[in-house]
Design a protein around this ligand. Structure first.
Ligand code: DCM
Ligand code: DCM
Ligand code: DCM
Ligand code: ZN
Ligand code: ZN
Length: 265
């Protein structure tokens, strides 16, 4: 996602924090966040091109072999170096500190929180589990209405931007409120299952990546080959997918942080 998507995921998550999570997150946030997790959720995108942070660039996605509409951790996350591996890794860093506050902290837990929150958003963007050959849609040149762009950017930014203009008075907070209402009144029966993990795991990103590549094949790549002009039909049929993925990202980030910070030393 672009800045708006990440902000929305984290803002929605904040509304589902348990009290221990509110306290722990406040302690870890940098001063410039002013107590808002959402304010720092795009930080990993801001730094990923700096030489000292180049190693993080591949942690934003887990692309699959071309035309394979499924995800396989050992195949698509070599050496754990992908968005799923990063979610496991940063969850473990935050857990190890949460479990034993006396132990020497080896990690920068402020960074761990910001990375985990960002990557939990990215894993829900279908084209962050797109095909390797086109770099998750980056190489698929398309027009978004009359604007030249690529398919990845359509899903990171353009669908959200067009929705803001068309339905939400160009206000991200109005859009977030609409998603919060949908979570309360439309998706209320799904929220618990979205947030839960199998087998007492703290984080369970693998199924989220599987969902994403499935959505990438069914919705993102369909009727969007190179040179296509995407307009109302594509926008109206894909916006519900984008909105649901942002809401799921928020619920799952909150649920994961709640599990991490509920561990008693
Ligand atoms: N790291 C990560 N995801 C993994 C493994 C490691 O994000 N699956 C991070 C943790 C460290 C950084 O990579 O901060 C460098 O790790 P190393 O020096 O062990 O390669
Ligand atoms: N994994 C990882 N980093 C960790 C913990 C686990 O990369 N800190 C990897 C090891 C497994 C993969 O996650 O191969 C999937 O784990 P699971 O099958 O438990 O979901
Ligand atoms: N991206 C991806 N798969 C790739 C390469 C990039 O999903 N193989 C994502 C990461 C960014 C966007 O595409 O969200 C643009 O990439 P970059 O910022 O590296 O140009
Ligand atoms: Zn992206
Ligand atoms: Zn990212």
């Amino acid at each position: 996602w672009g800045d708006d998507g990440h902000y929305a995921v984290c803002k929605i998550a904040q509304g589902y924090f348990e009290e221990e999570t509110v306290v722990a997150v406040k302690k870890l946030l940098p001063a410039y966040a002013d107590g808002e997790l959402a304010a720092v959720c795009s930080w990993p995108d801001e730094i990923k091109r700096l030489p000292q942070w180049k190693w993080t660039a591949a942690l934003h996605f887990a692309d699959t072999p071309d035309d394979k509409c499924n995800y396989d951790y050992s195949r698509d996350c070599p050496n754990d170096w992908c968005v799923t591996g990063a979610i496991f890794n940063y969850t473990n860093q935050l857990m190890s500190a949460s479990k034993d506050s006396q132990s020497i902290v080896h990690y920068n837990l402020t960074e761990a929180l910001m990375f985990l929150s960002h990557y939990m958003g990215d894993i829900h963007q279908p084209l962050h589990e797109g095909f390797l050959g086109d770099l998750g849609g980056n190489k698929v040149k398309v027009n978004w209405y009359n604007q030249e762009t690529n398919l990845h950017r359509v899903w990171d930014d353009m669908i959200i931007e067009s929705a803001l203009e068309k339905y939400y008075n160009s206000s991200l907070s109005v859009m977030i409120h609409a998603l919060q209402d949908k979570l309360k009144y439309g998706w209320s029966n799904d929220v618990w299952s979205w947030g839960s993990c199998q087998l007492n795991q703290t984080a369970c990103p693998n199924p989220y990546a599987s969902e994403s590549i499935d959505l990438a094949c069914k919705y993102a790549y369909t009727n969007a080959t190179a040179g296509t002009t995407l307009g109302d039909y594509y926008f109206l049929s894909r916006l519900p997918v984008v909105e649901k993925r942002i809401a799921q990202g928020g619920i799952r980030l909150a649920a994961t942080l709640n599990r991490i910070f509920s561990v008693k030393p």
